[in-house]
Structures are given as C-alpha cells and as structure tokens.
Design a protein around this ligand. Structure first.
Ligand code: ARG
Length: 458
C-alpha cells in the first residue's frame, strides 16, 4: 500500500525521498520492529479489535519475515522507513488485510518502542564487556600487589603506589560506568506503544499486554511524552561518552608508559605497529586510534543534544536523525571497550622500573615529613618546609635519596627552626623506602597489598 495515495497527488522527488528516508540505518531496529508488530497484533486479536483469523495470518507472516531476515524486505527509495517496508512485506504476502496491523498504532509510537527494544540489548551487551574488563583488571592486579610504581600528580612524581592499586583505580571508574548504564536502563525499559500518533486511540487497546509481551517494566504514562521523549537516548550516549573518556585516559597512560622515557610497560605486538621507514619503531597505534574514536562519540552526544533542544512537542521527523548517532555511540564504544580491554590485559610490566622511578626522585618525601610530625611533634607545615629544603639541597648537591641522613636533616632543621631534629637513621631509611611507604598506607582505599586485596574482593 502507498500511504501517499490518499492525501498527496505527486510522488516525492527521488532526492527528497532519499534525503528523508531512514532505511539506511533502520536495520538496527528490524528485529525490534517485527517483535513490536507481533505484540501489537496479538493484543488487537486478544481484545477483539481485529478479526482473529486476520490477526493469525499477520502474525504468521511476521514470523516468516523474522526467519527470512532484513534482506527479505523491499528497499525502494519511495519506502520511507522500516515500518512501511515491513507492512509492505506482509501486504505482498496476504493482501490488503495486512492493513489491520496498523490499527491503533502509529509509526511514532512504533519507532520509539523499537529503539528502546533494540537499545536494551545493546546496553546489556556493553555492560557485560565492562564486567569482563573489570574481572581481567582484578586478576592482573592480584599479580602486581607488590609491584611498586610511582603515582603522579601534574604528571610529576607524587607518591609510591603499586601497579595493582593503579589498575584497581581503572576498575573503579569502569564500575561507575557500569552502574550509570544500569540506572539508564531503567528509563529505557518503559513502553511507549499505545501512545499511537500522540494522543492514544479510541480503540480499547490493552497497554499492559504489549508491555508484558515486549518485556518492558511498565508503559509510558503520557502519550505525548511517549512519542517525543528521547532523553533516554541522550542519557545513554552520555554514559557511553563517559565510558570511552575513561577508556581514553587508560590509552593515554599506556602510550606514555610504553615510551622509552617511562619504560614501565610494553604493549604486546598484537596491538602495536611499526614504521615503514624507521626499523626500530614499535608504535601504540591501537591506543591512539581508540583515543581519537572517543572524540566521535563526544560528537554524537553534542549532536543528540543539539537536535533535541528546540523540538516542539510531540513527534517531529528531526527525531529520526538522532538514531544513527545512538547506534554509532553504542557500536563504537563497544569496539573501543573490547580492544582497550584486550590491549590492557596483555601488556608486559617491567617490574624493576617502577621502583627505580619511585626511589630516584623523592616520591617518598611526604613520609619523611610525616615522620617528623610523629616522632618530634612538630607541625606538619613546618616539617613540610624542612623536607622541601632537604630535597632542594639534595638536588643542588647531587645527593641521592639513600644518602639523606640525620646529620643532613639536622643542618637544615637548625636553619629553619633553630634546633636539631635528631631522627634516627633507621627511621629515616624506613620513611624514604617506597616499599615501606606503600605497606604503611594501610587505610581503606589505600595502596597497601592488604587493602588492594580487599578492593579486589569487592
Ligand atoms: N523513520 C521515522 C523515525 O525514525 C519513523 C517514525 C514516524 N515517521 C513519521 N513520518 N511520522 O523517526
């Protein structure tokens, strides 16, 4: 059937039809659309709104289409979208009685329902991959609870931690990404079907039935909201931009850490490239491409919000143009997630390098100041100044961490507070030792092996 036959006298130009068609991206909602039609027709039958034999024929044909798949549809540019293509398929098989399937239904509530159905599956798939990455991180962290590395602030050496503690920081951010999607899922899982064009229908439809048949939690309470609400799309795309932003930060660190200057890790060959001219090169291309693909998803989010911001209630065709951005965000973020997971879980860690860095640049200085507070009861701010000067003087005179002793500190403390601190050399050694440093940070959330084990269990 041609929906233009009644009201319109002329065909759309080929360009206009192609310009406005959603067929190029409707394959994402093909399965959902067939399910939606089956559920709706079953409900129409159950409520005696359409003839039972007609309903059975429609449902049987829709089931055949499900078997045959998307390719069985006819894609003429004049067919506006998947909903018309599906109805045309049924009409071709059983004749004009197929038209009963559109009773009390509009493409407006149908497309909103289809997107939600298809999105539920995608969100669950992404969540599953997040969990698997988290599990891999926990497993790797358990192997590195004693592997000292230096932690950074401002990309300057800050304090020693362990590689495990750092990986568990990644795991925590992924946990929040998972939870955000879990929360969003609740708002995706609501059924707009029954809203019809925007004001429901006078047919006695049963919205509970289609809600149950399609596996939604509940139905949308306002039909105008039902056909026009797309905040669930914006929300999902935001969740995915946050996820990929977190993944991009991981990529950034792997790129840095695998550089000669850091030499903390090696990215495995499977995720590296080389140069066509420089034979020595091993380049972290996967991490780099992942970093930039995240930018496209950020663009998807801005596009979605910009399309939504000035749309009057209720349905406007602008809404159609949101969906390619949603599907790109879903697929691209899932690809990024999987590749970053595989790459991160296959890195080789150079065990000795982390401690070398942690010992070479006064990353344990905070603990020397803490020692003065604990043993000599001087205010932390004063201890901070003394240690700052100790470090300065050590740098000026090329004195290494190992050579900082009680006499050296006394000379500086006399300058600043007019007295010798007389810390024992043994306690100084202990305070400045990165391994001790980490062990002593045995506070919930801290890097000690004991605390990291607790974090791994949670
Ligand atoms: N392709 C459209 C979309 O994705 C179908 C929905 C209704 N179309 C319409 N012209 N009212 O939004």
């Amino acid at each position: 059937m041609d929906i233009r036959a009644g009201r319109l006298e002329k065909e759309m130009t080929k360009n206009a039809a192609e310009f406005t068609s959603s067929l190029g991206f409707d394959h994402y909602i093909f399965d959902a659309d067939v399910e939606c039609n089956i559920a709706h027709t079953s409900m129409l039958k159950e409520e005696d709104i359409i003839d039972k034999d007609v309903a059975d024929k429609i449902i049987k044909t829709l089931n055949e289409l499900k078997e045959e798949g998307f390719e069985a549809l006819t894609f003429d540019y004049a067919v506006e979208d998947i909903h018309m293509a599906v109805e045309n398929y049924v009409t071709d098989k059983i004749g004009d009685i197929a038209g009963f399937m559109h009773t009390a239904k509009s493409r407006n509530d149908q497309v909103a329902t289809d997107i939600r159905l298809a999105l539920k599956i995608k969100v669950r798939e992404i969540q599953k991959s997040i969990l698997s990455f988290m599990e891999g991180l926990v497993e790797t962290a358990r192997e590195h609870k004693e592997t000292i590395i230096v932690g950074y602030t401002h990309l300057q050496h800050a304090q020693p931690v362990t590689f495990a503690h750092h990986l568990m920081a990644y795991a925590q951010s992924l946990k929040r990404d998972y939870e955000r999607l879990e929360d969003t899922y609740k708002r995706v899982n609501i059924n707009p079907l029954g809203s019809a064009a925007m004001a429901t229908t006078t047919f006695p439809i049963n919205r509970e039935t289609t809600t149950n048949l399609l596996g939604f939690d509940s139905y949308m309470e306002n039909s105008m909201d039902g056909v026009s609400a797309r905040d669930f799309i914006a929300e999902t795309v935001f969740d995915l931009t946050m996820l990929t932003t977190n993944l991009s930060k991981i990529c950034e660190e792997l790129v840095l850490w695998s550089s000669y200057e850091f030499s903390l890790i090696e990215i495995s060959d499977e995720f590296s490239s080389t140069s066509s001219i420089m034979p020595q090169k091993k380049n972290p291309d996967v991490a780099e491409v992942a970093r930039s693909k995240c930018a496209i998803i950020n663009g998807n989010l801005v596009t979605v919000l910009t399309i939504l911001k000035a749309i009057p209630y209720t349905y406007n065709r602008d809404l159609q143009e949101l969906t390619p951005h949603l599907w790109n965000a879903c697929e691209s973020s899932h690809d990024i997630l999987n590749i970053v997971k595989d790459m991160t879980l296959s890195i080789k860690v150079f065990n000795g390098r982390g401690i070398e860095l942690a010992e070479s640049n006064f990353a344990t200085a905070t603990d020397l100041a803490d020692l003065m507070v604990k043993e000599k009861s001087i205010p932390f701010r004063v201890a901070h100044e003394i240690v700052g000067k100790v470090v300065n003087e050590a740098f000026d005179n090329c004195i290494m961490l190992d050579n900082i002793n009680s006499d050296f500190i006394n000379r500086i403390s006399v300058d600043i507070i007019g007295e010798e601190l007389n810390l024992s050399n043994e306690s100084i050694r202990k305070a400045l030792d990165p391994v001790e440093n980490v062990k002593l940070r045995n506070i919930p959330g801290g890097p000690s092996p004991e605390m990291v084990e607790i974090a791994c269990k949670n």
